[in-house]
Design a protein around this ligand. Structure first.
Ligand code: NAP
Length: 296
């Protein structure tokens, strides 16, 4: 059965993901708070909705990719939200990164109206969203995961059903610990290379293919050397994820040493007004401690 997909949130990630759904041939309806961001998708063949409720009333599957927990709650449960338009049997797939606990509560609230939910947060950056190569970590019922699989396959490459409601978000937080650990190591390494007077491009070339290589180093290392701070993922959103990690770690009683350190370094950059720069601008926090500038 060909289901119509409704997509809410056409930001850095959602714009690429929705375009890939369209390219794969799925009928698509879009809604974005800032209406102008719908224009390129409409020009490519999507229909525009007037509100999340309107979108949900015309869709079998509703995907959300907005910023934070409160924003998902607003578009799903708020005034003119998805819950007011979706038909029983509809499936809501939240691909934002939000609180695992709030996810479980939202799934329960939707279930009372006969609406299914999956949490399916993503990793792979703006490049992964544009190229359809995202990693997608999915929480929820197996039958709904199977239903959503063709849509996931249009947007991603590594799709893993990791458990029940909220489990996708929990695994995404695991992902974020690894991401910021990599970012901190990359920052420290590049600053060390700069201080050591070695050629930065050659250094990247030398270490990227060995045991030290990573997605972060491959994609963001060259951006740092070029001092290009355009965001694939903003510091403000990264900080939101680290807050979620620290909250869960506190609740569970486990240490989160690297996460706490990076959280505090990002805080100094937010205070300096750099929250909308890319998360690789983490290196600026270390530069400020040393007086050195990488690639300058
Ligand atoms: P973004 O470019 O800042 O886009 C955010 C989107 O959410 C925009 O469409 C924005 O609408 C919408 N939005 C925010 N608050 C809203 C509200 N209260 N009501 C309605 N719409 C609202 O962010 P992004 O980078 O695409 O990230 C989206 C989600 O994916 C986040 O949860 C993020 O953590 C996650 N993520 C991002 C990346 C990445 O590399 N960028 C990677 C993995 C996961 P407007 O256009 O009106 O502002």
């Amino acid at each position: 059965m060909q289901e119509t997909i409704g997509f809410i949130g056409l930001g850095i990630m959602g714009s690429g993901m929705s375009r890939n759904l369209l390219k794969a041939g799925f009928p698509l309806i879009v809604w974005n708070r800032t209406a102008s961001k719908m224009t390129p998708l409409v020009e490519a063949g999507a229909q525009a909705a007037a509100s999340p409720a309107d979108l949900a009333s015309r869709s079998g599957v509703i995907i959300t990719c907005v910023s934070n927990t409160a924003d998902v709650e607003a578009v799903v449960l708020g005034e003119n939200g998805v819950i007011h338009g979706a038909r029983p049997g509809a499936l809501v797939i939240d691909m934002s990164t939000i609180s695992p606990d709030a996810t479980r509560q939202m799934a329960a609230q939707l279930e009372q109206k006969g609406i299914h939910m999956l949490d399916a947060p993503i990793s792979g950056g703006s490049e992964g969203a544009a190229n359809g190569t995202l990693s997608i970590m999915v929480g929820g019922e197996a039958a709904q995961v199977q239903r959503a699989m063709p849509y996931f396959q249009a947007m991603g490459k590594t799709i893993t059903h990791v458990g029940g409601h909220g489990a996708g978000q929990m695994v995404k937080l695991v992902n974020q610990i690894l991401v910021v650990g990599n970012a901190l190591a990359m920052s420290e390494a590049l600053l060390f290379a700069q201080a050591g007077g070695v050629d930065l491009e050659k250094t990247l070339q030398a270490v990227s293919g060995g045991a030290a290589g990573s997605w972060m180093l491959f994609h963001r290392g060259p951006q740092i050397i070029a001092r290009d701070w355009r965001p694939g993922f903003t510091i403000d959103l990264q900080q939101k994820d680290l807050r979620l990690v620290l909250g869960e770690a506190d609740r569970m009683g486990v240490p989160a040493l690297v996460t706490a350190q990076v959280f505090n370094l990002y805080r100094t950059l937010q205070q300096a007004g750099l929250g909308s720069e890319g998360n690789h601008a983490l290196i600026k926090a270390l530069e400020r401690l040393t007086g050195l500038e990488v690639g300058a």
